[in-house]
Design a protein around this ligand. Sequence first.
Ligand code: SF4
Length: 343
Amino acid sequence: MIDFFSWTLVDAKEWAVYEGLKAFRGQQVFDALHRNFAQNFDDIHVLPQELREKLTADGQLLPATEHTRQESADGTVKSLLELHDGCLVECVSIPTETRHTICVSSQVGCSVGCTFCASGINGVTRDCTAGEIVYQVLFHHQRRPVTNVVFMGSGEPMFNYDNVRQAIAVLCDQRGIGLGKRRITVSTSGVPDRIRQFGHDEPQVTLALSLHAPDNDTRSQLMPINRRWPLTELLSAMDDYSQLVNRRMTIEYVLLKDVNMSTEQALQLAALGKRYHAHINLIPFNAVGSSAHDAPSDAEVLQFSNIVRDNGGIATLRGQRGADIDAACGQLAIKKGGKKLDC
Ligand code: SF4
């Protein structure tokens, strides 16, 4: 199966020439996928029938089919996509009046194993290809044009670096969706060297640091990756990143009752926010079945956010979109029996 969705327009033309075709045949395929949402090669009527038949014989066009869908009363749509080998990944469409944001997965499952996240429960199965990432966006783009993409679904994007970068290149191709890089956010749990490299490679893309605790002990309990790269190493990389990239980054902070919500932690978080001129997203925990963590009360959330703001942190309380569906990352895949069907 050829991964057509992983190609920019230039790649598609090169493929056509490599196949002994005119370069414009590559452009016709690219347009069919990104503008006309062709579902199979027979839909691409501008191609000669002989070529359509050859491509059909080589394998299916779409890298995934929708396995399960949940729709929230607030318009959030969470789709579980089944990839060609039976693996399952989630992508979430989050519409507002002015935006249509898609949250994509970069890996099937996740190796990081944060204690508050369902995606890491079964570990990682494999990386998503660039085409599988792009298709998560195109899948929802057919319904309403996409304005923003966030890499905050399952997986650690920095562990699938090349495919994530290629997916960004395709999504920003002016002949396709043509997203601006500034409308893309890549979230990381904290891989120091990759953060530095990302600053060099993608200075226009917003970086979101999944911090979730401002002290080493708590962070190591919540995020095993902190034992490999403790806060001192991570913050050193963030210092280098902020020297390189003159843009506001984001700090993600999930609020877990009695774990990371002390006054001291609020003060430390505010200080880190100021150090990086970061926007802090406070995310009240959305409990997952028999989770090890509890959701904080509204009063506890308010108190914590007030301390952060009163001490100079630029903090937003993220509203819970899709609270009536399994909208936290990994929840739908887990409910459907784990990270995969039969791959
Ligand atoms: S929060 Fe992100 S990095 Fe942590 S386990 Fe979930 S998907 Fe992986």
